[in-house]
Design a protein around this ligand. Structure first.
Ligand code: PEP
Ligand code: MN
Length: 338
């Protein structure tokens, strides 16, 4: 249910309704909008609840939330959410650009990359220190050493750090170094991990599972929001289809669809979405054209020598050219890279 407060309802009236919702055994989420405040009352649907809430002082109406996800829904919060994390701004008219290698390999690699992507206009630095690899024999990441190198790159450039956290036990450690916790595609439905990052003070970039539906992605985001962390970005990174010319299939309609269903910002990953560096610049530009709120792009000083995902990584020159193209499109669609 959504308890819609009247325009000009007082804080006391809002607090009173929060108390009433909780007395009824429901969870409350207050969303202060530009027009009016609404309170989402989340829990099992029971007939008498609407009647008990609608008579509250300062209440305009009580309406059901139709979508299976609640706090993530546009029905609860019609204004787009803007996520701020260090130098990174994503959503609400800001286009966040996150670049960097698939894996942090050494200090020089990450600092060199941070400098180059910053010059090209990126606002966030990505790099995996904990790597989820299909094979247990592949490079698994530098772990805490990698996090330290990322922190050194932030010190040097001021770029916000986006890095993956793979397990609940690592959330505290990764939160010490990162500005944004990335939940990888393989972990999108790891519900205990989603709850753990929901309790972290850091923003979260939630990647879509390669075989997850959009509703499943939104319900995964709901786990994080429900714990009280409002700073969630959704990421379309491609899904598995019968097509084998690309590593995954990148459905850009996801961006438009999500904008019609949720207030959360949508980031596109054209690197994993295509798996070919030659396809990345155009897909990045297309994502901006359909209104993506952010891009996450793999960039490496020497992709040929990358320890993971080199075949889909751009070199510095290619990233600069991609940024030039994307910033022209951003201008055309009224987005600001900042
Ligand atoms: C990554 O960003 O390097 C990564 C492993 O992505 P995904 O979880 O989307 O496969
Ligand atoms: Mn990768």
């Amino acid at each position: 249910m959504i308890v819609v407060m009247k325009k000009g309802a007082t804080q006391d009236q809002v607090d009173h309704m929060v108390g009433r919702i909780e007395e009824l055994g429901l969870k409350s989420h207050v969303i202060v909008g530009t027009e009016r405040t609404v309170i989402a009352a989340i829990g099992e649907k029971r007939e008498h609840i609407k009647g008990s809430l609608v008579t509250g002082s300062g209440v305009d109406d009580v309406v059901p939330i139709l979508a299976p996800y609640k706090v993530a829904s546009l029905e609860v919060k019609p204004e787009p959410t803007e996520v701020l994390a260090g130098s990174l701004r994503v959503g609400g008219g800001s286009l966040g650009i996150i670049g960097g290698p698939c894996s942090v390999e050494d200090e020089e690699q990450i600092i060199q990359t941070a400098r180059a992507i910053k010059t090209a206009g990126a606002t966030g630095l990505r790099g995996g220190a904990f790597k989820p690899r299909t094979s247990p024999y592949s490079f698994q990441g530098l772990k805490e050493t990698g996090l330290k190198f990322l922190a050194a790159a932030r010190e040097e450039t001021g770029l916000a750090i986006v890095t993956e956290v793979m397990g609940t036990d690592d959330v505290e450690l990764v939160s010490e170094y990162a500005d944004v916790l990335q939940i990888g595609a393989r972990n999108m439905q790891n519900y205990r991990l989603l709850e753990a990052v929901g309790n972290s003070p850091r923003a979260v970039l939630l990647k879509r599972g390669p075989s997850a539906t959009i509703d499943e992605l939104l319900l995964a985001a709901e786990y994080i929001l429900n714990e009280g962390n409002p700073n969630v970005m959704l990421c379309e990174r491609g899904i598995r289809t019968f097509e084998s010319h690309t590593r995954f299939t990148l459905p850009l309609a996801t961006v438009t669809y999500l904008h019609q269903k949720t207030h959360l910002p949508v980031v596109v990953d054209p690197s994993h979405g295509t798996g070919h560096s030659a396809l990345v610049p155009d897909m990045a530009a297309a994502a901006v054209a359909v209104g993506a709120d952010g891009l996450i792009i793999e960039v490496h000083p020497n992709p040929e020598r990358a320890m993971s995902d080199g075949y889909q990584s751009l070199n510095f020159r290619e990233f600069q050219e991609t940024m030039d193209k994307c910033s022209r499109i951003a201008d055309a669609v009224g987005k600001t890279i900042c």
